[in-house]
Design a protein around this ligand. Structure first.
Ligand code: PLP
Length: 403
């Protein structure tokens, strides 16, 4: 089975590391791994930044908004076509959300709509690099600068490391180490900040570590998911998956509370050393994984029918976390791929995902971002961190649907 949503980053070597860590419980909560993660992130991606770690990207966003101490009527600009994990920390800080429509060719904020949504209460913008790219970055950052809006760049899906390394903008960078993001320790997140005063405030934020049981469950996820993927077709994987779910061995990515539109403070915590040890391993192999992603992107661009590629979508030589295609009869395509053991994804099938979240609770006004609403009806995403053989199989099966 080829998965898009399920454990896209987990491989046998991650599993072996987690087994080793299970037998070193003294490293679970405290140790040197967080410091080493800082050094790696600084060296590889963000020189001249200070790092702050959290148990999730949500927690990072919650705390940075808190540290900014914004006036009560402040508006936070967010693109539609996002996840509720971005919106919940805003609401939990009693701030207002202003949704900006997206461009069909980039899946990211439309500079024209952004200009229209800015008003005197617009204080912060969350600039999402959807699927890991942000082609209009310079243009949008200039608009933010001209309007004195502070920018938090949401790099949860990934980012173009070359552009950010040689950056002239002093934005706040938000990273997620969630299981479906660019690199995974199952749960985790960080802020990279260059502003001295904000760094001081963030250092003073009181944070508790998660329990040992929480950390143990993330190791189980790392250990079992590569096994599930490798043996799914032999039924063993199916069985492990079903048993793990029914025994609650793994925590869901979005909790029940969050699905009801409420913030879940059980993941608004500190990042334990034992999870940092997992992310170090992923960061060390990031080039290999990104090369695999680049290869998938270029094959999809070259071989898939032009009619299903987003118009003017040009992620040439970029390592997208997922590859988007746009189709009219989505359910039909998803079902036909599933028959061939390919589970495609649907990020995002609602302007604020996941699908069952109430848009009223997310303060989204129906019709306010029509382009995002339209894309949500058509989008299908294909996996990129897969083998050449799997890429070819997907291309062949998708093409059969559009003969
Ligand atoms: C675009 C985006 N930003 C931020 C986040 C938050 O990341 P985390 O899951 O680590 O809280 C998510 C999570 O789904 C996301 O999709």
């Amino acid at each position: 089975m080829i998965f898009t949503d399920f454990a896209p980053n987990e491989e046998l070597d991650d599993s072996l590391l987690a087994i080793k860590l299970i037998f070193q419980p003294w490293k679970w909560k405290k140790g040197k791994a967080t410091e080493l993660t800082k050094k790696l992130l600084e060296r590889k991606f963000f020189p001249y930044h200070c790092f702050h770690f959290f148990l999730s990207g949500r927690a990072a966003l919650y705390y940075v908004l808190k540290a900014l101490r914004l006036p009560a009527d402040s508006e936070i600009l967010v693109q539609a076509f996002t996840c509720e994990a971005v919106v919940l920390p805003i609401l939990a800080n009693n701030l207002h959300v202003a949704y900006v429509d997206i461009e069909e060719s980039t899946f990211s904020m439309d500079p024209k709509d952004l200009q229209q949504k800015i008003n005197s209460n617009s204080k912060v913008m969350i600039l999402q690099h959807t699927f890991g790219i942000m082609p209009q970055r310079d243009k949008i950052l200039e608009i933010a600068r001209n309007n004195k809006i502070l920018v938090i760049e949401d790099l949860a899906h990934g980012f173009d490391a070359h552009t950010l390394r040689h950056d002239k903008y002093k934005t706040i960078k938000l990273l997620s180490f969630g299981r479906s993001k660019a690199f995974s320790s199952v749960f985790g997140g960080a802020l990279a900040v260059s502003d001295v005063a904000l760094n001081q405030k963030l250092k003073k934020m009181p944070l508790n570590l998660p329990s040992r049981l929480f950390i143990f469950r993330q190791y189980l996820y790392k250990i079992l998911t590569p096994l599930v993927k490798a043996t799914y077709d032999l039924h063993l994987g199916r069985l492990i998956h079903a048993v793990s779910k029914s025994l609650n061995l793994w925590l869901p990515e979005v909790s029940l509370k969050e699905k009801q539109g409420k913030p879940d403070f059980s993941i608004i915590k500190a990042y334990p050393n034992g999870l940092a040890a997992l992310i170090i391993h992923q960061l060390k192999k990031v080039n290999k994984i990104n090369n695999r992603r680049k290869k998938a992107v270029s094959s999809y661009l070259k071989h898939l029918p032009k009619s299903i590629l987003p118009v003017n979508f040009r992620p040439v030589n970029l390592h997208l976390i997922r590859f988007p295609i746009l189709v009219d009869h989505r359910e039909h395509l998803l079902a036909s791929l599933k028959k061939e053991k390919i589970i495609a994804g649907t990020w995002y099938d609602q302007v604020v995902a996941p699908k069952n979240v109430s848009l009223i609770t997310m303060r989204y006004v129906a019709g306010s971002c029509p382009k995002a609403e339209n894309l949500c009806k058509k989008i299908v995403n294909l996996p990129t961190n897969i083998t050449t053989q799997q890429i070819n199989k997907i291309i062949k099966q998708v093409k059969l649907n559009f003969k």
